[in-house]
Design a protein around this ligand. Structure first.
Ligand SMILES: *Cc1c(COP(=O)(O)O)cnc(C)c1O
Length: 434
């Protein structure tokens, strides 16, 4: 299948090229030329399939023309070595827990899938492929763990010294093998600047094969559609959907996850309504309500994975619905919450329903409780384990209440191995070359 650029100013490319390049030559984002629908009958029996089986069927619609079935199955099953369960929170609201992967964040699925797809496409090429990723915390851990031990690929994670929590840092600095952590004496923006400069450095690119693993990559973005099909299947399996409409709320930052959900809807998945739940970074919320989109610098909040002021995947949403504000604002309803509101929600859901939300999931929950009408069931995507935000969550519900999951405790035991570098590009380049 071909992939086109949302800017429509460059020729279509193959899946391989879209994955290796990441961004299109005209700076647009790649989109699949076709979105293949499932027959209605698929949804009659979807509840009999496991998460992994469903994911394979969905992956086959996207990638089946480009990768043979056996290989694709191997990639999907290697990526999904954990479940994605729905948990009942109230009579009409369910949590889809996306945090059962290696770093307890939903980005694990996309990162691992992309690592295996890249490995498949690069095959036995003799030159090592270097993945560069700048992180303020979560992306680095998901990418490092997704690519850990994948032959032929070396990952450099650049992170700002002293600005990443100890738990986050331990998830990419203790791995070793093909993962190198670079502790940059600077800010997240400095890290991002180093990476961007490296991609544009002609001399460096002649010496080394470089690629990026950020969320605009189609191989990270499309597999997120798996979640939505699984949510539907598990709710149906529990008999929750009988005669009811399904509403899905997605805590959103760069809007990759929600866009994958919209694509699932276009593939025939019966979702009545999508909700985009935001923190105070509300440029899409504003667009939905006014039709005017104004990107802005991000503001810091306690739901920091959603602190995005210019969401990259918004370009995909505009493209998907032919730039129609009318269509987009029908498909997606926006809600936004302040830090104080988020804390109140975490407290309320914990005391009244006995469910502990992380700050991102809390926005998802609340938007459903505001929106849901008669004969509707809501599911929110719980994008991170609350233990990843212990400090915030314990301030609300009390000290010592959030147990550190075994997976995170394991990381904390490992020895930190990172290399200090300055924010000077020449030093970074020398480091990569040697
Ligand atoms: C990345 C992230 C989000 C936002 O996802 P997008 O696809 O960027 O909208 C939400 N919650 C958590 C915990 C995340 O790590």
């Amino acid at each position: 299948m071909k992939y086109y650029s949302t800017n429509k100013n460059t020729p279509d490319v193959s899946l391989k090229e879209a994955v290796v390049k990441g961004l299109a030559a005209d700076n647009g984002l790649f989109m699949p030329e076709k979105i293949k629908k499932f027959d209605a009958s698929f949804f009659d029996t979807i509840q009999n399939l496991t998460f992994q089986e469903i994911a394979f069927e969905v992956a086959n619609k996207f990638f089946g023309e480009d990768i043979d079935e056996g290989k694709l199955k191997e990639i999907v099953y290697d990526t999904l070595q954990f479940d994605c369960p729905v948990v009942k929170v109230t009579d009409s609201i369910y949590s889809l827990e996306l945090f059962h992967g290696p770093t307890l964040a939903f980005k694990d699925v996309g990162a691992r899938f992309m690592a295996r797809l890249l490995q498949h496409f690069l095959g036995k090429q003799e030159k090592l492929v270097n993945v560069l990723v700048a992180t303020s915390g979560d992306t680095g851990s998901a990418v490092a763990n997704g690519f850990l031990g994948v032959d032929g690929i070396h990952v450099y994670v650049l992170y700002p010294k002293g600005k990443v929590s100890l738990i986050q840092e331990s998830q990419f600095t203790t791995l070793g093998q093909n993962i190198t952590a670079l502790e940059v004496d600077g800010t997240f923006d400095d890290c991002q600047h180093l990476v961007k400069t490296a991609f544009l450095d002609i001399e460096l690119n002649e010496k080394l094969v470089l690629t990026s693993a950020n969320s605009i990559n189609v191989a990270r973005f499309l597999p997120q559609a798996f979640y939505y099909f699984n949510a539907y299947a598990r709710l149906k399996e529990n008999g929750v959907l009988d005669g009811k409409e399904l509403v899905v709320s997605v805590p959103s930052g760069n809007f990759g996850n929600l866009t994958a959900g919209l694509i699932a809807g276009e593939m025939g998945l019966p979702i009545k309504q999508f909700i985009a739940a935001n923190n105070e970074n509300d440029v899409v919320f504003e667009y939905l309500n006014s039709g005017v989109y104004t990107a802005r610098p991000s503001v810091e909040t306690i739901a920091n994975a959603m602190d995005v002021g210019a969401p990259s995947n918004f370009a995909r949403i505009l493209d998907l619905y032919a730039y129609s504000h009318k269509t987009i604002s029908e498909k997606i309803i926006g809600y936004r919450y302040s830090d104080d509101e988020i804390k109140t929600i975490i407290d309320k859901v914990y005391t009244e329903a006995g469910y502990l939300c992380d700050p991102h999931g809390a926005c998802g929950f609340e938007s459903l409780s505001e929106y849901l009408g008669e004969n509707q069931v809501g599911v929110f995507l719980e994008t991170a384990h609350p233990a990843k935000f212990t400090e915030t969550v314990e301030k609300v519900i009390g000290e010592g209440k959030v147990a550190l999951p075994a997976k995170l405790a394991e990381f904390m035991k490992g020895e930190k191995q990172s290399q200090n570098i300055s924010k000077d590009y020449k030093e970074f380049k020398q480091f990569l070359i040697k």
